[in-house]
Design a protein around this ligand. Structure first.
Ligand SMILES: [Mg+2]
Length: 218
């Protein structure tokens, strides 16, 4: 059975929207209002969730004028807040089920912390729609290291033959897929693909469209 590896954040879990909602709440609680310019600045300080967390914390501190104790807490506050604000995206579970019905094993491969990533999957009700999940913190290997895909395939009882990866990060998801010999679909999210990185097999504008591409080309 071929694997269909899927990234979690901003692939089947709309972290960007939940971060934006949390940032608006945080600013409103702190300053009594949340203007768009400030929300955008927080999104930049967060680096789409991909910056090292101490760096993101320092960015928030500079932007918001946090004192030392607030800076020490801000990542935990942000994690709890974005989890609270997380909402399911229409069509995701149906697309995972369609992939499984077509003979794929859908399996999450995510870089992150175990409690946070497990809580997202629970909140979104994804567990019944995937074969399992490998989290970088749990296995000590992170995308783009191709070893994380081998670990996931072994956990599922399969191999990488005819496998696919869907994700929104060129660096982590697509470079990892290429290194592992997987086909891949990159989720554009309104961005251009970096010219200096190995290219995905396909690009798509949504997870649902990405799964359709996989099933049409499997
Ligand atoms: Mg992602």
């Amino acid at each position: 059975m071929p694997m269909l590896f899927v990234d979690l954040d901003n692939t089947i879990s709309d972290r960007a929207s939940s971060f934006r909602r949390w940032a608006a709440n945080y600013l409103t609680n702190r300053y009594g209002r949340a203007d768009n310019e400030m929300i955008e600045a927080m999104i930049i300080a967060d680096g789409d969730g991909l910056l090292p967390k101490p760096q993101a914390a320092a960015g928030f501190a500079a932007l918001l004028g946090l004192d030392a104790s607030e800076q020490a807490e801000i990542i935990a506050v942000m994690r709890a807040g974005t989890l609270d604000e997380l909402q399911p995206t229409a069509g995701i579970t149906e697309a995972l089920d369609a992939a499984r019905a077509a003979g794929f094993e859908p399996f999450i491969v995510t870089n992150g912390r175990v409690p946070q990533q497990e809580a997202k999957v629970a909140k979104l009700g994804l567990a019944d729609h995937i074969g399992g999940m490998v989290i970088s913190e749990a296995v000590g290997v992170a995308k783009p290291d191709p070893e994380i895909f081998r670990i996931a395939a072994r956990a599922a009882g399969h191999n990488l033959d005819d496998g696919w990866m869907i994700g929104d990060s060129a660096k982590a998801d697509i470079c990892g897929a290429v290194a592992a010999g997987l086909n891949s679909v990159w989720l554009r999210r309104g961005r251009d693909y970096p010219a200096d990185l190995p290219e995905p097999t396909y690009s798509a504008d949504s997870f649902v469209a990405a799964v359709e591409l996989v099933l049409a080309n499997a």
